[in-house]
Design a binder for this molecule. Structure first.
Ligand SMILES: [Zn+2]
Ligand SMILES: [Zn+2]
Ligand SMILES: [Zn+2]
Ligand SMILES: [Zn+2]
Ligand SMILES: [Zn+2]
Length: 1996
């Protein structure tokens, strides 16, 4: 039995057809389509591709089947129907009901009145979707909540998505539920033993208990197909609770959707409510359900709206799973089905690169594994054998499955599943979630999707019910079950549509301005400009979205005009010669915005003739036939002369813009390309079947008009459907031939098939000459089209002959056409062609020297006609408010009033039902009421703080579980209130249109007050006052996403230098003085406006209304982001000293106390608090001492608090006396500190010290501190201690307390004590003991009871309000989670002035700036971010959100403009509060030195191998998952890329891997010559062979065991042997030979197997086969790798004096002419070939070597002279030249000097330590305690113990801030790989500043190491920008002395004498400078690779 879902994937199961034998195919490929009506698209029916139309058909049928009767009789009393849904998903039932109502209304019937009681959905994504689209009265969170637990209480409540708890409604007429439950047996409550608890059975149980309790009249259920017996059981279960059931299996494609989806549908009717005849009702339900079936009649593409973005973002795949078995399966398929070895679609290369067709979605491809590539390729090859080019057929392959499971039903989808991946072969991408939703019958234009990810949408679609099927189920239930519905009194009539939204009153301002838009408004368009603009904004590559232009330049094919960007191009090759750079193109939205207003809004025709008119018909060759007459009649019915065409939209297509006008029955399109042409289409009546010839003819335009200079006066031509057939004579006009398509696909049976290169088309009678078909045609083999058969005739425009496929028809019926247009056409529109050849003609069937006679059919002819097109826009009278003030005055701040913003009147009667029908009349008018500037609200505006429409966000409550994990949720009651308010909030925009005797009136009104109230509530939630402004933008468009400008920081250069402070030992530099002036100014207070903007957008209207609420506060302080060694410390000291010189403590206190009024009562102190990382706390103190006079320093009474113990020894008094307190971060994060704070506040300890829960606890603690402080002051220390216990007791009694504060006490469980000092009061509770020692120590410091309160010990920082707080290196605080408690605490420490210091603040986006602002004490805006594209910070914030917050964030979508405004706001914050200055260190002598290293030859090869590997992966590392541990534990649990695995393992990115590879070279035991490398590779090959042999013997053993047990000899091992014997599956002749040899040798030899059972043996054999296969693949890889080295070695051996000797060169081509042409190395197979042979290849994607199957692309080719090989150091012991050189350098440094070595990453630290140990270099490394290490390095000068080197990681926290002036040599092992230039500059500066800073007395040396021709040089040249040059130490190059005014990118050069330098590129442009440096040659030392995108596009 098979009840599995039809899409289940079973990887292990290899299909083996018993009779399949190798050899030539005997039977022909089966024809793909054997149409049987119920499985395919039924073209005999009228095509339906729209859910609305489908429902009309469905409802019509239902009306016939009895619905009409029910509606007019029984149903009325039941209205409105109470409907509820559980497991709602997409709410398809509600959509179905809505569609049914719409259809009924179309038939003049009343709609179904529905009362949507509630929805139930647990997933926040789906909740958001439901809320946005359906606004159910109630949206419950979890249906499993419903199971009544307590039978005594009759009230059953549940929690809503907003967090409110409400009662579940009881009177339900229809309950609908959908499941994915395969095994329903666990439902049976009697079978207690069944494994239940799985989610789906839980949900079934939930439904069952719900029905049992609430007894709805009718229950409709959908479930996946399941077995019959289960359903019988289920029926029984329902019967047990009084329900009558019946069920039916439905397939969605039988209900009109193009999807194979079999589901069980069930009805259960409440027997009691229905009464008699219930059994029959249930049966009738099923019968009617069957009668309502209607086969689908349109393929899926027809269903998909054009503007559903075609390209979707996919994340790159990061891991590749092991899929040896699938690979084996495909190899077998390829062998048995004779598919060949090629990867024609993906052009997948074994090293991982792909080059899919250029129209493919590359992002999709890159997100897939190589299994999927193989799957797509195999499917294409199978299709080719069946006579079809799938790239042109509408096939859907669910590539999450294997290719042998694909059913080739063109145009129909397999069942949509949550995890499927529906790949469309002719779109070369997977269907997106939103497309899948449409294909489930969702009316997409009506659905609102927000920021759901593709995965989430897929999930929504995969779990949805098909709308028409549930619709049929509902209709059937309405017809047969209405007797069971509850009778209602008929009141409370509400249909599905009536929302809860309050109706606002419409107010029209008295002083409206009136205007008339005159009809004569159309201005003549500049056609030249139009064409030009269109060209620059049209789509030129498939990767361009509707709004985007491609990132890379576009290439144009000179043969066929095809365009593709350089990222996407390559497959097919084309003949690209022209390039269009990006900067010459303009965004498509600009084109629309500029041109749309210039087009007439409405058009009419006159003089459109009948196609049967005499003057047209006479003179034609033929008299009108039946077809012609019908066609003419249809055209006449379109009333072209009386209908209006109103403007609809602009459509952007491949090299084409369309402007579309629509009338009731026709469409008029303006095509703008090189030429401008009108095309008039008459729509086909719906009732005509899909295969009706009239329908086909109507796909062509009925008229066309060629525009020259006047848009409305084109030359018109009419189309006459005179179909004619002529014979043509076609022959090959030369003997030249090219491989045919099937030949190029590598199909073995078509190895000799060719097509002629030239065709001669002749007319048989000379009569077709006028059609321009006759002539010479040339094959364009590289230009694609179906089956690669494009022929071109040179003419103007060129005529093409090619295969034009019907995407859903059988391949044999496709025919070649003559046309000017070779582009792909979307389904439903047909190509304008000149003629169509008989479908039997194929170019590969042409025999040379013979002429074939082929019939050509001409679809009709074009005749000139005198048609007139007119602009027809009537006078439009409009009125609008003349000024913004009048708008706000009229609304009076009352959100129940909305104000007319635009009123339009015209004398015509318009259809006012749908917006689109009258929107043209608003075309110009809607732009007029524009108030783009911020408008003040009128004074009379209401002043309510919190309007009902915008209540404050409910407060957060906490629950803590037994494990002390805290989780947050909203307070239930306010949540309910909040929910009500959000739902009943009035609409912001309302459009009313009405028609009366005078004409039509359209009124657009806006409710400004609602937005005002919402915005205000956001500000007033945090501040005390608020003011608002509003504005209205009427030309709103959502632009293509553009990156916002980079956030930047200002410097203090414009400030005046400060004159103080006087008593510092050190004179500040000029810039430091300027900085000080700014700091002093900041401390006086700088106003900051905090704002929140609320917006509402009406997309169709293009209106955006915004309200901005803001308040102004004052901040004192700012952020110093000065570059390292500028002296942030010094300026901070100066700031403090300056104040001290001016004011004494009491003066400061006096001033501060004034400012404290109104603030919570804390202890005001005059001290400055400095919070800094542990390793620089001491340094801070020392710096004060160093920079200040001694007497001054004395005054500071510095408190240095390094650990909690230091704090414990202090008292409040000490704090009051001090003027400087320095605290290490560690202190605030210490458990004792937190515990002490808890004790002071009389709180239990926090449940968590990380994340939001700690913030909540801390908030509470900080809030109660003032009161506790008062207690301390009033009662004294002893009393206070005693009170603590009582207060704590009291708090613990309050339920509310426990809900608000996440504390370390499990709610409801036993309380825990934390104070063993008072054991009796907590005695009974389970105490968590705290180490006694700690309390003993405390006791010692405790003062006597009578002491002064200021002697209270452990002065916690939260008790004070400091004069100033300074937070140093803040960005490391939130970067690491360990620092979280400090981070949280620092934000809440009170101080009058706040300073934040950081050299490298993160400045990615608004969120980062917001984060900086919080440290200054304010949040500048709410958290809103795009979930798909968030920074690490945002991800962390998001993970802390509550369910409701997540849900709310999904219901709101903000515009691009909104985000842009916020971004600007962030910039202005930076401008006011942040400064960044660069240091001036001219006085410190410093030399930068270049150390260029030429790597050893073997090292170079290893590097090259890796770099080629990574280039082919396009620098995307796919990390391989660790292979499954296998039974045999063989070493060869192998990967394809074992060679590179080591290099990649520790690297995050490809670039990092390359840096590492350029740095270290350790192959084995230090021996590193080329010979050694060769030897290693050879050994690896031998090892692998041994391994394979061993595995084969084992497999033979198991096989032998199996053959004794059973007769089944066939199995996977046989398949494998078969493959290997056939020398297949490995793609390399040498390795295939080796393996088949091994196989022969192993024959008859076996290892005795230990397996005991047959099953075990089978499983084991499978594993062994898998391993043999992967080991063989590994062997191939290794042999290629060996060959690669061998080729190089051989090349080297032929070198003499740098010149290769042609005699000795061995080119891999068997036909090599042995010339001296340059040699090229193919990196992925190691074959070497000369350029002559390379260019002579027949197939440009293959290797020249026979038996080598690697696909070869341009990037696989390495010109050998580019590598820079030299005969050097062939045998040498080293760690690689670079590390050797580093050690040499260090050993040369004077003994007394020390140095710092910066390494690129952690892994390099380990390597370097090994090297240093080897070279006996004393060094400090990271593993020691940091602060101590540094201290020792700084201070240990004992010549024996002094460490020479300190190793630090570039960019790491330990390198920050610390002063290492003891060292004066800085070594950069590798250039810094930074994410951005900003990061590079700041982190390099940070690194250099360790030594090069104030206090450095020696000369500083900076060394940059770079390995030549590696990524090192690439990075240096790109990132290391300079104003001058650097060179090698003691190098004699004469560098120009002048320094450039700005920094330039640099270039590495070598002068004539071989000396190297890194110089700014500006110098190289200057001939004089070049000459001076003696640099002539333009040599490049960069690597041969290109960077990954991220790196490449990051250019400011
Ligand atoms: Zn592209
Ligand atoms: Zn081309
Ligand atoms: Zn309001
Ligand atoms: Zn050659
Ligand atoms: Zn090769």
């Amino acid at each position: 039995m098979s009840f599995a879902d039809e899409n289940d994937l079973d990887e292990a199961d290899i299909v083996i057809s018993p009779g399949a034998k190798l050899g030539k195919r005997t039977k022909p490929a089966k024809p793909a389509t054997k149409q049987s009506d119920d499985k395919f698209i039924d073209l005999n029916l009228p095509p339906i591709s729209n859910i609305g139309d489908l429902f009309v058909v469905l409802v019509d049928k239902a009306l016939e089947l009895g619905l009409e009767n029910v509606l007019t009789n029984t149903m009325k009393a039941a209205f409105p129907l109470n409907v509820a849904t559980i497991f709602s998903g997409t709410e398809a039932p509600l959509i179905a009901l809505q569609q049914i109502s719409n259809a009924l209304e179309k038939r003049g019937m009343p709609p179904i009145q529905v009362n949507h009681l509630f929805s139930t959905e647990i997933d926040p994504v789906k909740q958001g979707y439901i809320e946005r689209n359906f606004h159910p009265k109630l949206l419950f969170r979890d249906a499993r909540d419903f199971i009544p637990r307590d039978s005594k209480t009759h009230k059953i409540t549940a929690t809503t998505a907003y967090g409110a708890v409400v009662e579940i409604p009881r009177v339900i007429d229809i309950l609908i539920a959908g499941f994915v439950c395969k095994d329903l047996s666990s439902l049976n409550t009697n079978k207690k033993t069944l494994k239940d608890g799985g989610e789906s059975s839980d949900t079934w149980k939930a439904l069952y208990s719900f029905v049992k309790e609430f007894r709805p009249s009718v229950v409709l259920v959908e479930n996946v197909k399941s077995n019959k017996t289960t359903w019988i059981e289920v029926t029984q279960l329902w019967e047990d609770i009084g329900y009558e059931c019946s069920w039916h299996i439905c397939d969605s494609k039988n209900y009109g959707l193009p999807q194979t989806r079999q589901r069980m549908y069930m009805v259960a009717i409440n027997k009691e409510l229905y009464g008699k005849g219930v059994k029959k009702a249930a049966d009738d339900w099923q019968t009617t359900m069957m009668a309502l079936a209607r086969q689908c009649s349109s393929p899926f593409e027809a269903w998909l709206p054009e503007d559903l973005s075609r390209q979707h973002d996919y994340a790159n795949l990061i891991s590749e799973t092991d899929w040896v078995l699938c690979k084996l399966r495909y190899e077998r398929m390829r062998l048995v089905d004779r598919l060949g070895m090629k990867h024609p679609v993906s052009q997948y290369n074994e090293n991982g690169s792909v080059c899919p067709p250029d129209f493919a979605n590359r992002k999709f491809y890159l997100s897939q594994s190589s299994r999927v590539y193989d799957c797509i390729d195999v499917a294409q090859l199978l299709g080719a054998l069946a006579g079809r080019d799938s790239l042109y057929k509408m096939a859907v392959w669910d590539v999450s499955q294997n290719a042998d499971r694909f059913k080739t039903r063109l145009g129909i989808l397999p069942a949509i599943t949550p995890n499927g991946c529906d790949f469309v072969s002719n779109q070369q991408t997977a269907l997106t979630g939103s497309q899948l939703l449409v294909l489930q019958g969702m009316p997409f234009d009506k659905l609102l999707l927000a920021n759901e990810t593709p995965k989430e949408l897929q999930d929504l679609a995969g779990n949805a019910m098909s709308t028409p099927v549930i619709g049929a189920s509902l209709l059937s239930a309405l017809i047969h079950c209405s007797k069971a519905f509850h009778k209602k009194a008929g009141k409370g009539v509400s249909s599905c549509h009536t929302s809860l939204v309050q109706r606002a009153k419409l107010v029209t301002p008295k002083l409206m301005k009136h205007e008339t838009l005159k009809s004569s408004g159309f201005i003549k368009l500049d056609m030249k400009k139009l064409v030009q603009d269109a060209k620059s904004s049209t789509q030129l590559c498939a990767c361009e979205d509707l709004k985007d232009i491609s990132k890379s330049p576009v290439q144009v094919c000179k043969e066929c005009g095809h365009t593709a960007c350089s990222d996407c191009s390559g497959n097919p090759l084309h003949v690209y010669d022209e390039t269009i750079p990006r900067n010459t193109r303009c965004p498509p939205t600009d084109f629309i915005q500029n041109w749309r207003p210039q087009f007439p809004a409405r058009l009419t025709f006159n003089n459109f003739p009948s196609l049967l008119e005499e003057q047209i018909v006479t003179g034609r060759d033929r008299t009108p036939d039946e077809h012609w007459r019908k066609f003419a009649q249809r055209v006449a019915e379109a009333n072209l002369n009386s209908e209006h065409f109103s403007i609809s939209k602009f459509v952007r297509l491949d090299n084409l813009w369309k402007v579309i006008y629509v009338s009731a029955k026709a469409t008029l399109e303006l095509h703008i390309e090189k030429e401008v042409e009108w095309r008039l289409f008459v729509r086909c009546p719906m009732a005509l079947p899909g295969n009706n010839p009239i329908r086909k003819s109507l796909e062509q335009p009925v008229a066309r008009g060629f525009v020259e200079d006047s848009l409305l006066e084109p030359k018109w031509e009419l189309f006459l459907p005179e179909i004619q057939t002529y014979p043509l004579l076609i022959s090959a006009s030369s003997s030249e031939k090219t491989s045919s398509w099937r030949n190029r696909l590598g199909l073995p049976d078509f190895r000799n098939e060719t097509v002629p290169n030239h065709l001669d088309v002749k007319s048989s009678k000379g009569q077709t000459a006028e059609h321009g078909l006759v002539g010479q045609y040339t094959l364009l083999p590289d230009c694609g089209t179906a089956m690669c058969s494009l022929y071109k005739k040179s003419s103007e425009p060129p005529t093409y002959l090619f295969l034009d496929c019907d995407p859903i028809g059988h391949g044999d019926l496709d025919s070649f056409v003559f046309s000017h247009d070779v582009r792909r056409v979307p389904y439903g529109s047909s190509r304008v062609s000149l003629a169509r050849l008989d479908c039997s003609w194929r170019p590969w069937a042409i025999e040379s020297n013979s002429e074939s006679r082929v019939n050509a059919t001409i679809p009709g002819s074009w005749v000139a006609s005198d048609i007139h097109l007119n602009a027809d826009v009537p006078d439009i009278h409009i009125s609008l408010p003349p000024a913004g003030s009048i708008v706000s005055e009229s609304s009076r701040g009352d959100c129940s009033q909305m104000v007319t913003m635009l009123n339009v009147q015209l004398q015509e009667l318009l259809d006012t039902h749908e917006f689109s029908a009258y929107s043209w009349a608003l075309e110009k008018a809607k732009l007029l009421p524009s108030f783009p500037q911020w408008q003040e609200f009128h004074e009379t505006t209401c002043t309510t703080r919190n309007c009902e429409c915008a209540p404050p966000f409910p407060r957060i409550l906490w629950s803590v579980n037994e494990k002390f994990e805290a989780s947050a949720h909203e307070d239930r009651k306010p949540a309910a209130q909040f929910e009500r308010a959000v739902k009943t909030r009035p609409n912001v925009f309302v459009i009313n249109a009405s028609a009366n005797s005078k004409g039509t009136e359209i009124n657009v009104a806006a409710n400004v007050s609602v937005l005002q109230h919402c915005a205000r509530s956001r500000i007033l939630g945090r501040f005390n006052s608020c003011s608002e402004m509003w504005r209205l933008v009427t030309d709103h468009v959502e632009p293509a996403f553009k990156k916002f400008p980079k956030l930047h920081l200002r410097s203090n250069s414009t400030d005046t230098p400060h004159r103080g402070p006087r008593r510092m030992k050190l004179e500040l530099t000029e810039t430091q003085k300027k900085s000080l002036t700014w700091m002093e100014k900041q401390e006086f207070g700088i106003p900051l406006t905090v704002e929140e903007i609320e917006e509402e957008i009406h997309a169709e209207l293009g209106w955006r209304l915004e309200v901005r609420a803001s308040t102004t506060i004052t901040l004192r302080g700012g952020v110093l982001a000065d570059l390292p060694s500028f002296g942030k410390t010094v300026t901070t000291i100066a700031l403090i000293q300056n104040e001290i010189e001016k004011k004494d403590s009491s003066a400061i206190l006096e001033e501060n106390v004034k400012l404290s009024s109104g603030l919570p009562d804390l202890i005001d102190v005059a001290a400055t608090l400095i919070v800094c990382p542990d390793h620089i706390a001491k340094q801070w103190a020392e710096e004060f001492e160093r920079f200040l006079d001694e007497d001054q320093y004395e005054q500071y009474k510095v408190l240095l608090i390094m650990k909690h113990g230091d704090l414990e020894r202090l008292t409040i008094k000490d704090m009051q006396h001090a003027r400087l307190v320095i605290v290490s971060w560690k202190v605030l994060a210490h458990a004792s500190y937190i515990s002490d704070l808890a004790q002071f506040a009389a709180l239990p300890e926090p449940a968590a010290t990380k994340g939001r829960a700690y913030d909540a606890w801390l908030d509470y603690a900080v809030e109660v501190v003032p009161a506790r402080l008062k207690e301390l002051r009033d009662t004294g220390v002893a009393e206070f201690k005693k009170n603590t216990v009582d207060t704590l007791e009291m708090r613990l009694q309050e339920a509310d307390f426990q809900a608000v504060v996440p504390i370390k006490i499990g709610h409801g469980s036993a309380y825990q004590t934390y104070d063993p000092a008072n054991p009796t009061s907590y005695g009974k509770r389970t105490a968590k003991p705290i180490p006694r020692a700690k309390y003993n120590q405390k006791a010692r410091t405790q003062p006597t009871a009578s002491a002064d309160w200021t002697l209270f010990p452990t002065p916690l920082l939260q008790l004070f309000r400091f004069n100033r707080v300074v937070v140093d290196e803040y960005h490391y605080l939130y970067a690491e989670l360990d620092h979280y408690p400090t981070y949280a605490a620092v934000k809440k420490i009170n101080a009058h002035k706040r300073w934040v210091l950081s050299g490298t603040p993160a400045l990615n986006n608004f969120s980062d700036v917001n984060q900086i602002a919080t440290l200054l004490g304010v949040k500048i805006g709410r958290d809103v971010w795009d979930s798909s594209n968030s920074t690490p910070l945002e991800k962390r914030l998001a993970s802390d959100q509550t369910a409701v917050e997540k849900f709310m964030s999904r219901t709101q979508i903000m515009s691009y403009q909104w985000h842009e405004a916020r971004h600007m706001k962030a910039q202005s914050f930076l401008d006011s509060f942040v400064r960044q200055n660069a240091p001036s260190l001219e006085h410190i002598d410093c030399t930068e030195v270049l150390r260029a290293v030429e790597l050893g030859i073997a090292h170079k090869i290893v590097y090259l191998e890796l770099s080629q590997h990574l280039t082919s992966l396009r620098m995307q590392i796919k990390k391989q998952k660790a292979a499954k541990k296998s039974k045999t534990k063989s070493k060869s649990a192998s990967h394809r890329d074992t060679r590179f695995e080591m290099s990649l393992r520790n690297s995050e990115t490809a670039e990092e891997a390359l840096i590492t590879s350029a740095l270290e070279f350790i192959i084995e035991a230090g021996d590193s010559g080329l010979a050694a490398l060769t030897e290693i590779r050879r050994e690896q090959i031998e090892e692998t062979k041994v391994e394979i042999f061993k595995l084969m013997k084992q497999a033979n053993g198991v096989q032998a065991f199996l053959s004794t047990k059973s007769k089944t000899g066939e199995g996977i091992y046989s398949v494998l042997k078969e493959l290997l014997n056939a020398k297949r599956g490995l793609g390399d002749g040498d390795s295939a030979l080796a393996v088949s040899k091994l196989l022969r040798e192993a024959k008859g030899r076996q290892t005795v197997s230990t397996v005991r059972t047959e099953a075990e043996a089978t499983a084991h054999l499978k594993i062994l086969s898998e391993e043999i296969f992967s080991a063989s693949q590994e062997l191939t890889t290794r042999m290629r790798s060996y060959r690669f080295i061998e080729s190089i070695q051989r090349y080297l051996s032929t070198l003499s004096d740098g010149q290769a000797n042609p005699e000795e060169i061995i080119c891999s081509s068997p036909t090599c002419p042995k010339s001296t042409s340059p040699m090229v190395l193919i990196d992925n197979c190691g074959h070497m070939v000369c350029k002559v042979c390379l260019s002579k290849r027949g197939d440009k994607e293959s290797c020249v070597h026979k038996g080598c199957d690697v696909p070869v692309q341009a990037n696989n080719l390495i010109t050998i002279s580019d590598i820079g090989l030299r005969m050097n150091d062939m045998n040498e012991k080293s760690f690689g030249k670079k590390l050797d050189d580093v050690c040499k350098l260090i050993n040369d440094i004077p003994d007394e000097d020390q140095c710092i070595v910066f390494v690129p990453n952690e892994a390099a630290v380990t390597t370097l330590e090994d090297v240093f140990v080897h070279h006996r270099i004393s060094h400090h490394h990271k593993s020691a305690l940091l602060a101590e290490t540094i201290h020792d390095f700084q201070n240990n000068k004992n010549s024996k113990k002094m460490k020479k080197v300190l190793i630090l990681t570039l960019g790491g926290v330990e390198a920050s801030g610390v002063n290492l002036t003891n060292a004066n040599h800085i070594i950069f092992l590798s250039p810094h790989l930074a994410e951005s230039q900003y990061e590079y500059d700041s982190q390099m500066a940070q690194a250099v500043a360790r030594s090069r800073r104030f206090g450095q007395e020696k000369k500083v040396f900076i060394y940059h190491f770079a390995a030549l021709r590696t990524i090192d040089v690439d990075i240096l040249e790109k990132r290391h920008r300079r104003v001058d040059g650097i060179q090698e130490m003691g190098s004699p190059i004469q560098l120009p002395g002048d320094i450039l005014s700005q920094r330039f990118k640099t270039k590495l050069v070598r002068n004539a004498r071989g000396h190297m330098a890194l110089v700014p590129i500006a110098w190289l442009a200057d001939d004089a400078k070049r000459a001076a440096m003696d640099v002539q040659e333009n040599m490049s030392f960069t690597s041969l690779i290109s960077f990954s995108d991220r790196y490449e596009y990051d250019d400011e």
